[in-house]
Design a protein around this ligand. Structure first.
Ligand SMILES: [Zn+2]
Length: 426
């Protein structure tokens, strides 16, 4: 099943002509309208007109998260604010969130790309889709929402949380598709079992996942537990939201929508472009974004390109499942959190000590502990007594990262190894 089969199965050489044309137009618009790109290109001694083939893209400078942070809030926008019809921000991992804008065309394109993914996953207007992604400043809920409406499915904007109600909705509203993070699918599964609902009585047939790494173990639990076919997706709230790449019925990697994006995988240390099959950092260039064009954006996500003919008929390249991040950033309950950000928040509250973030599962629930290493005995006792202070720290961490974490005081050398993050989830 394809939404736009002409586009999705376009012969590679034609696809490359489309990509080059759109790349040149993006470069011209970015150079003309975004001071950052003009400076970066000038510094690299390159002009948009110097890019005459797709391989010339390697001459262009990378764009990093730090570059965008410096342009807070609107200096990366390539159109005037009056043409922007939607504003989102990336999840709270940085001092300043990344603010992205969408023109009306950007929103239409976003919905279409996501709809390609959903149609590829077999979703039709006969489906009832329960969207248990966050609606708010982050892009998740909205990305799935607009695409589901475009297809004509019955959309339930359930948001995240209130799991008892979600389970009731799933049963009573005849949900056939659940869209959520892998972590939340496990929580729903647990709640369904706890409530004693006969899973066979549900209409559920697909789980559409995204926003987190999906391990084979978790995938298997969801497929077997919920009795659904799982389709994974990849997105980035900086680049667009969900809808950059999606799994097809072959269940062997995620197709990048190459008429909208150029995907490269690079060696994170040298910046050298790697060949298919070599693992490295994913770099994305947008080809159709009007308000927020990104040129060679370093996503920090580690993957590899799979260059092989897909039995589904799509010609667009596929990415292997994701292996993690180039930095210490970690996804907890669908939100990105970095240890650096945690240290920053704690420092602002007067706590400047070695910390370790420990993430684990308690049943299906993700838990995060922030361990503070406290050396002196006296200080240790004092801190332990200050329950109110610990609660305050938990509150500022929640506000600053949008994730609930427990703060715990530990003596020196209680850390598990030297890593700033210990991820004990499957
Ligand atoms: Zn395929």
């Amino acid at each position: 099943m394809m939404l736009e089969s002409e586009r999705e199965t376009m012969p590679k050489d034609e696809l490359h002509v489309v990509q080059l044309e759109r790349l040149q137009s993006t470069l011209n618009r970015a150079y003309l309208n975004v001071a950052h790109y003009r400076r970066a290109f000038d510094d690299a001694g390159i002009l948009p007109d110097d890019v005459r083939s797709l391989t010339d893209i390697t001459k262009l400078p990378f764009t990093t998260r730090q570059d965008i942070e410096k342009c807070y809030p609107y200096d990366m926008f390539a159109v005037p604010l009056r043409e922007v019809v939607r504003i989102h921000t990336s999840s709270g991992q940085a001092r300043r969130p990344i603010v992205t804008g969408y023109t009306a065309n950007d929103l239409k394109a976003w919905a279409r790309l996501m709809a390609r993914f959903l149609v590829g996953a077999g979703i039709t207007k006969d489906d009832v889709i329960q969207i248990a992604f966050r609606y708010g400043l982050m892009t998740g809920g909205f990305g799935f929402h607009a695409a589901s409406e475009l297809i004509g499915a019955s959309v339930i904007p359930a948001d995240v949380g209130n799991t008892s109600e979600q389970v009731m909705i799933m049963r009573d509203y005849l949900t056939s598709i659940i869209a959520c993070t892998p972590g939340y699918a496990l929580i729903l599964l647990d709640k369904l079992k706890e409530t004693g609902i006969n899973l066979k009585s549900l209409r559920l047939r697909r789980a559409i996942l995204g926003a987190e790494k999906l391990s084979p173990v978790v995938r298997d639990k969801i497929e077997k537990g919920l009795g659904v076919e799982v389709f994974n997706s990849y997105g980035s709230s900086v680049v667009l939201g969900p809808g950059i790449a999606g799994e097809c019925s072959a269940h062997d990697g995620l197709h990048v929508y190459e008429d909208f994006f150029i995907a490269e995988v690079i060696d994170q240390d040298t910046g050298r472009v790697l060949r298919p099959g070599e693992k490295g950092e994913l770099v994305i260039t947008t080809l159709m974004r009007e308000a927020f064009p990104l040129i060679r954006y370093r996503t920090g996500d580690i993957t590899m390109i799979k260059e092989q003919v897909c039995p589904c008929g799509r010609t667009h390249l596929k990415l292997e499942d994701f292996y993690g991040r180039t930095d210490d950033t970690i996804k907890i309950k669908g939100a990105s959190v970095s240890p650096e950000r945690i240290r920053e928040i704690l420092k602002a509250s007067g706590v400047d000590t070695r910390t370790q973030l420990r993430v684990y599962r308690e049943g299906p629930y993700e838990r995060a502990d922030v361990l503070l290493e406290v050396g002196e005995k006296l200080f240790f006792d004092e801190m332990r007594a200050q329950k109110a202070f610990m609660e305050k720290l938990e509150k500022v961490l929640h506000t600053g990262t949008s994730v609930r974490m427990n703060v715990k005081i530990v003596p020196v050398s209680a850390f598990k190894g030297e890593a700033a993050v210990v991820d004990e989830r499957d």
